[in-house]
Each structure stands twice: as C-alpha cells, then as structure tokens.
Design a protein around this ligand. Sequence first.
Ligand code: ATP
Length: 246
Amino acid sequence: MSTLLEVDSISVSFDGFRAINNLSLTVPDTGLRAIIGPNGAGKTTFMDVVTGKTRPDSGRVLWGDGAMNLVGLSESRIARLGLGRKFQRPTVFEAQSVAENLDMALRNPRNPFRVLFAKRTPEDRTRVEAIAEEIGLVSHLGRRAGELSHGQKQWLEIGMLLAQDPRLLLVDEPAAGMTVGEREHTTDLLGRAAKTRAVVVVEHDMEFVRRLDCRVTVLHEGRVLAEGSLDHVTSDQDVIDVYLGR
Ligand SMILES: Nc1ncnc2c1ncn2[C@@H]1O[C@H](COP(=O)(O)OP(=O)(O)OP(=O)(O)O)[C@@H](O)[C@H]1O
C-alpha cells in the first residue's frame, strides 16, 4: 500500500476564525478511513479543501505517486484526477431510470465527444449491470430513480461515482436518514468499493463507524485529536471529553 493523499499542514480561516488549524493526515491508496468529529470540527472544510472548493491559507494537499500539489487546481481538474465526492443529499436524475443514471455517469466524465456521439456499447451495458450488482440495485435497473427509497438513491449515487472509477471516494455522512438494514447494506458496499480504491467516510454516527471497522481519525477544532481503531479513539480521554462536551 502506498500513500494516495497527503494533507500537509493545512490551515483555513474564515474572517480570522481558524476552521482548520495546521491539519495533517495521510490516506493510503486502498481501504476505508473514517473521519469523525463533533459539529464544527472542520470535517466539511477538510473535504472542501481536498476537492478544491476552498483554498487553504497555507499547507499542501499532495496526490498520487508524483505527490502533485492539488492546492490551486480547479474542482473539475481535481475530479478528473480521480477524486469523487458524494455529498450528503442524494442527487440523482429522478426522471431517468437507474440504468440511465448509471449509463450517463459512465459516459459523462472523461470524454465529452463520447457522450455526444457514441451509442451504448455492449461493454457499457455490461459495466452498468456490474455496477448495479455492486450497489445492490440490479433488480431495479428499469425503475425511475425518483421511485427509489432514500437509501437506494444514495447507493445509486455511489454507483454513479464508481462508474467514473475514482481513486479516492469521499463520502459525506452516508448513513444519515437510513434504516438499520440500509446502513448494513451501505457498510458492505463501501467496504467492497474500498478493496480497489481509497474510501474516506465522514460521519457523525459512531455506530455506523463501528460497523465500518476501519482506522478512524477524530477531528476537533480543525486538528487531529486522535487516530487509530474506533476502540482506541473512543477510550482516549480527550475524545471522551470533546464528545461529552466537557
Ligand atoms: N464559509 C464560512 N464562513 C465562516 N465560518 C465558516 C464557514 N465554513 C465553516 N465555517 C466555520 O468553520 C468551522 C468548521 O466548520 P465545518 O463545517 O467544516 O465543520 P463540520 O465538522 O463539518 O461540522 P458539521 O458536523 O456541523 O457539519 C465551524 O465553526 C463553522 O462555523
């Protein structure tokens, strides 16, 4: 395993308030990582910096074998390098079928001419089915996305990101609003996706993080408070104090 992403000493201030304070962390090229932290810990700002939405005041975000610095690159350029971001709310094309949503995602990113001129090839169809299988929606391929449950829409959107074959998938609170069964399915799905790429899950829900069974980074006031297994970080006195609001 080698390092895919290295966040090196980044700081972000909003009107003099330090949302991220000299934060450093590394993400290997495969496997799951959870980032947790109380409200205002800087989780969203962290994702915004990595994806190019927010430019840090200082620090570097290094990517891939060549340690390319992503700071200053546009969001679309960073996405094309292989960084996919799943926002909290599902954004799928509700009027289109599950298959059409996956198909569009498959054709969309790298080559716009392909989207304009290409017919759907047998390979595309096979790939759509493989992704539907992976996200557990193979029996729903013909359904309109708008008819899916909240959890199914989230899986579809994850599938649309997987169609673009990202090297890193950043997922914001995937378990929010899901039933227990949907959460289990989501854990399995993310675990499978992380076998061949890095998956970083930003989450509030400790139970969900426990099921992910992965290394956890706890953020607080814009810095890393603790890192390790969930058992390790939840027995850390600083983490206990922060979570109990002491
Ligand atoms: N655009 C902004 N302008 C001013 N302050 C901001 C801005 N964005 C974030 N902040 C502040 O920076 C801090 C970190 O916010 P951030 O949204 O990154 O935390 P978070 O861990 O994602 O919190 P939550 O779990 O509530 O979403 C907070 O105190 C927040 O109020």
